[in-house]
Design a protein around this ligand. Structure first.
Ligand SMILES: C[S@@+](CC[C@H](N)C(=O)[O-])C[C@H]1O[C@@H](n2cnc3c(N)ncnc32)[C@H](O)[C@@H]1O
Length: 201
């Protein structure tokens, strides 16, 4: 499945930026602000599935020490060009080998929903491990799409997500939920995402 996602985003990296910029009710910058305001200046932040670095990476890098990772080489090239003040690496978030307790914050905007459902519990456990005590995790998760490959923005794309109930239970194994919202935005058709902000105890 990862090769489908990687190949797809290598083709649609620029198309995705233009398409997502047209979504007028995307709440990602609002949730980013809730995450950002809880972090100190110079916080170490990891962004998983950072895409082209805009708008989220650019905003996070204004005040924080940002490492962005993305599966797609083209996305990483664009992110490096768009956000010269941050570090970006091409990597599969599920295969990252990072030190425990390294980050003040970890964010994932619309990216974990490209990880097969069965791999998400282990990924959430790793994310919790990478956070410092008191660290924050922000994500827009899916709402229960069975693992599926379909045509999206003109390419084959893989999606998979657990239900909000499952997401809550998985996160609660490791972290304390601070924000737990189901939000529908228009792409332009309505699509719901599960926004979570959680803290490591
Ligand atoms: C819908 S885009 C979102 C990009 C960016 N976060 C944003 O909000 O504009 C999803 C991104 O997640 C990346 N991605 C998907 N699966 C990944 C994985 N296993 N590891 C790292 N990045 C992944 C894709 O390559 C893509 O750039």
């Amino acid at each position: 499945m990862k090769h489908i996602v990687e190949a797809g985003y290598d083709v649609i990296a620029e198309r995705y930026v233009d398409w997502s910029a047209q979504i007028t009710d995307d709440p990602r910058l609002r949730y980013l602000a809730e995450f950002d305001e809880r972090l100190p200046d110079g916080a170490k932040v990891l962004e998983l599935g950072c895409g082209a670095g805009v708008p989220c990476g650019r905003k996070l890098a204004e005040r924080h020490d940002l490492l962005g990772v993305d599966l797609s080489r083209r996305q990483v090239e664009l992110a490096r060009a768009n956000v010269p003040g941050a570090r970006f690496e091409k990597a599969d978030m599920t295969a990252l080998d990072l030190p425990e307790g390294e980050f003040d914050g970890i964010a994932a905007f619309y990216s974990i929903l490209h990880v097969p459902r069965a791999e998400q519990p282990a990924l959430l456990a790793k994310i919790a491990g990478w956070l410092k005590p008191g660290g924050l995790f922000l994500a827009s998760l899916g709402t229960g799409t069975p693992d599926v490959t379909e045509t999206w923005l003109g390419v084959d794309m893989f999606f998979g997500s657990n239900t909000p109930e499952q997401n809550r239970a998985l996160i609660a194994e490791h972290l304390e939920l601070v924000v737990d919202d189901l939000v529908t935005m228009h792409e332009p058709g309505p699509v719901a995402f599960h926004w979570v902000l959680a803290r490591k105890g």
